[in-house]
Design a protein around this ligand. Structure first.
Ligand code: PFF
Length: 468
């Protein structure tokens, strides 16, 4: 259990930046703003913040402390404490394996838009049907996906300190500067449409942050709560073995209390800023209807907003897509790193060899996912009511099905089987006080398992069966 790893983060800052790099991704910049727009702006923000400080904190702490305590990746972390719980490690390992298949595809889409804006064809991206034509074409999405995957693999190939950490140190501060810059720029916008109505960025900000209780019913509140909850797990990269793996790379003298708070702050701050950058801009140019566009917000609505901005739109478009591409890369690196680290442990193979094998397997899987919009197109009704293609099926299995199940089992494992003391000791190893200890105990034993069970029932469609 105390066996030392050969690679690791150089210190607290390197770890926090790499973990924040994993957490901050397309989830923050794409999914969070459209959920906030759909779910009543400020109300969603309030609920999300409350969840980050309770559930997010509990699961993030658990993953990171488990990793550092056991010095193992997810596959072995659970079994090294209780051999009978080895199955949970295997289940956890499945999540990054599934996410890897489609995260690279989304990374490929972002890269395509980034290149479009750089070479000056950003206005083409604003045309109706551009996105659909692109993702349903047979070659282009695969080429961009493979390019994105190659960069990811190169970083992972470089190792923990020289690859993952160095890349995060380079990218994350720049990302923060870009996002603050565009968010402030968004607030200065103003536009008068054909009907003579003028809308400003500050009015858009009000739509974003002021809670709207209009038409709020209990079932709508529950829906917002569940949306916020599943967004939170995806966004913090918890319950998928990633933070366990990164936790195992953290030196024993790092104060985990502070690191956990910094990661929470970074991830939530970027999500909030992404909303502040996107919602006012979309509001100014397309009004409240534009904001309800859901997943198409980033690939369809935003290019139209950039086109409507005129000359400045091209520059903002470049900065925006470069930023999203970097955010997606650091997240994808964390997914691939987790797969590579775990496989290195099981097969006792070198990093280079495992990176190469996983890179090739991921390339094949990603190409199949791309074909899900083309040769392998189908429309499947998922248990949560959505209709999806291959990519959505992978997303559904990993995020809506496996993730709540794993969180639930992890809470039972830590809260009831081994006891929260195991985590608390790890949090206090450096002699620092675990400030949210009481909250942690309550959350891991009672609140988190109950809510995870509800989330699981809801996303599998079982909750509506019980209630009808
Ligand atoms: N947390 C990342 C985001 O918000 O985009 C996505 C992510 C990274 C999900 C790593 C899953 C994962 F394993």
């Amino acid at each position: 259990m105390e066996q030392k790893k050969s690679g690791g983060f150089s210190g607290s800052i390197g770890f926090v930046l790499a973990a924040a790099g994993s957490a901050v991704g397309v989830g923050n910049i794409w999914r969070f703003p459209y959920l906030a727009a759909k779910d009543g702006g400020g109300l969603f923000l309030l609920i999300y913040l409350a969840l980050v400080l309770t559930f997010g904190f509990t699961l993030l702490t658990t993953d990171i402390a488990l990793g550092r305590r056991t010095q193992q990746g997810a596959l072995r972390a659970f079994s090294s404490i209780r051999p009978a719980w080895g199955f949970l490690g295997k289940l956890t390992f499945l999540v990054p394996a599934l996410i890897m298949t489609y995260y690279t595809v989304i990374g490929g889409w972002v890269s395509k838009y980034m290149v479009d804006f750089i070479v000056g064809s950003g206005t083409a991206a604003a045309q109706d049907g551009y996105f659909t034509t692109f993702i349903t074409s047979s070659v282009s999405p695969i080429v961009f996906t493979l390019l994105f995957l190659c960069v990811t693999a190169l970083v992972v190939f470089g190792g923990v300190e020289k690859g993952v950490e160095r890349f995060a140190r380079l990218v994350m501060p720049g990302l923060l500067v870009m996002i603050v810059g565009i968010a402030l720029f968004s607030l200065t916008l103003s536009h008068t449409d054909e009907s003579g109505v003028t809308r400003t960025g500050l009015e858009g900000l009000a739509v974003y942050v002021i809670p709207s209780f209009e038409g709020l019913t209990f079932s709508r509140f529950l829906q917002i709560l569940l949306d916020a909850m599943s967004q939170l797990f995806f966004s913090l990269s918890v319950s998928m073995g990633i933070m366990i793996t990164y936790g195992s790379y953290v030196k024993r003298d790092v104060n985990l209390n502070r690191a956990v708070s910094q990661i929470e702050l970074f991830d939530t701050g970027v999500a909030f800023l992404a909303g502040m950058m996107i919602i006012p801009a979309v509001f100014v140019f397309s009004g409240t209807e534009g904001m309800a566009s859901g997943p198409s917000l980033m690939f369809i609505s935003l290019p139209k907003v950039f086109a409507a901005m005129g000359g400045a739109g091209r520059i903002v478009g470049i900065v925006f897509f470069v930023m999203v591409a970097f955010a997606a890369l650091t997240s994808c690196v964390s997914i691939m790193e987790t797969l590579v680290a775990n496989c290195m442990e099981i097969f006792s193979c070198s990093r280079r060899r495992v990176s190469l094998i996983i890179g090739v397997l991921s390339a094949v899987a990603a190409a199949v996912i791309c074909l899900g919009y083309n040769a392998l197109y189908f429309e499947l009704k998922l248990p949560n009511g959505a209709v999806g293609q291959l990519l959505d099926v992978m997303d559904y299995i990993s995020n809506s099905f496996l993730m709540p199940a794993i969180s639930l089992l992890t809470c039972v494992f830590v809260g009831w089987v081994v006891g929260p003391q195991l985590i608390i000791e790890e949090m206090e190893r450096t002699g620092d006080r675990f400030t949210r200890k009481k909250l942690y105990r309550f959350m891991i034993r009672y609140a988190a398992p109950i809510i995870m069970a509800v989330l699981f029932l809801q996303s599998t469609g079982l909750l509506s069966i019980f209630f009808h």
